[in-house]
Design a protein around this ligand. Structure first.
Ligand code: DGL
Length: 255
């Protein structure tokens, strides 16, 4: 079984890629909606939640865990790899592919405050974008909008304008969608921003890495989402964000 975790429904953008590559593998996804957003939490708080979700997924039989959350990856993946015997696949802002793609030499990174303040993120920039201009921007309203299922309209456009103004003025031609919630706003971003702007989203690369792991084929290949929030609300979001997914949703209570 593949375990997936995120602060909320953002990880559905990764789950849809995983399901399309591995439709026969059972998946348990925890959306920690009771604690969403992670982006404004301290690193120790994010680590503590990630460890609690990991313990639960391993007790449920996870053979590999996907941190479908940049914030959890930046903060916790090194700790998890050092303390648990199973593989962890994380998701981090795609600085390397952005650096390969930019023509202007300026890239924009849209991510959470927690991700942008992490040492792991600073190391990514130092390794792959040393000679580039890197403009970073936390986008908390994007997470709020996606968690409400709002993907178009005036609020979305105002948030896009606010968050991209500075990086576009600086000449950025590649924008990194450095949070698993943001790919759901990609159509709105593409419609609102100049046509030369390219976007980097790492969900499909994560799915390919998951597919490299040997996983049991079980007769029960279902995907289920367990939320620490309100299952009715999350079920509604699953239908509107990823109507192609067959996924059940129920409540999870964790200490
Ligand atoms: N989706 C998560 C990420 O990729 C966290 C968003 C949030 O809860 O602030 O960073």
């Amino acid at each position: 079984m593949i375990g997936i975790l995120d602060s909320g429904v953002g990880g559905l953008s990764v789950l849809r890629e995983i399901r399309s590559l591995l439709p026969q593998t059972a998946v348990t996804y925890i959306g920690d909606n009771a604690w969403c957003p992670y982006g404004n939490k301290t690193h120790p708080q994010i680590l503590q939640r990630t460890v609690a979700l990991t313990d639960f997924l391993i007790a449920q039989g996870a053979e590999v865990i996907v941190l479908a959350c940049n914030s959890a990856t930046i903060v916790a993946i090194e700790f998890l790899r050092a303390h648990y015997p199973i593989p962890f696949i994380g998701m981090e802002p795609g600085v390397k592919p952005a650096a390969l793609l930019t023509k202007s030499g300026t890239i924009g990174v849209l991510a959470t405050e927690a991700s942008l303040s992490g040492d792991k993120f600073h190391r990514l920039v130092a390794t792959h974008a040393r000679n580039l201009r890197v403009i970073t921007q936390p986008c908390p309203k994007f997470v709020e909008l996606v968690e409400q299922g709002i993907l178009t309209g005036p609020e979305v456009e105002a948030a896009i304008d606010e968050y991209t103004e500075q990086m576009l003025a600086a000449g950025a031609d590649v924008l990194i969608l450095g949070c698993s919630h943001y790919p759901f706003l990609r159509p709105a971003l593409a419609a609102r921003l100049p046509a030369n702007i390219q976007f980097i989203d790492t969900g499909d690369a994560i799915a390919r890495r998951v597919a490299q792991h040997p996983l049991s084929l079980s007769p029960d290949s279902k995907a289920r989402l367990l939320t620490t929030g309100q299952p009715d609300q999350v079920t509604h979001l699953i239908h509107s964000l990823t109507p192609e997914l067959q996924i059940s949703c129920s409540a999870l209570t964790l200490p």
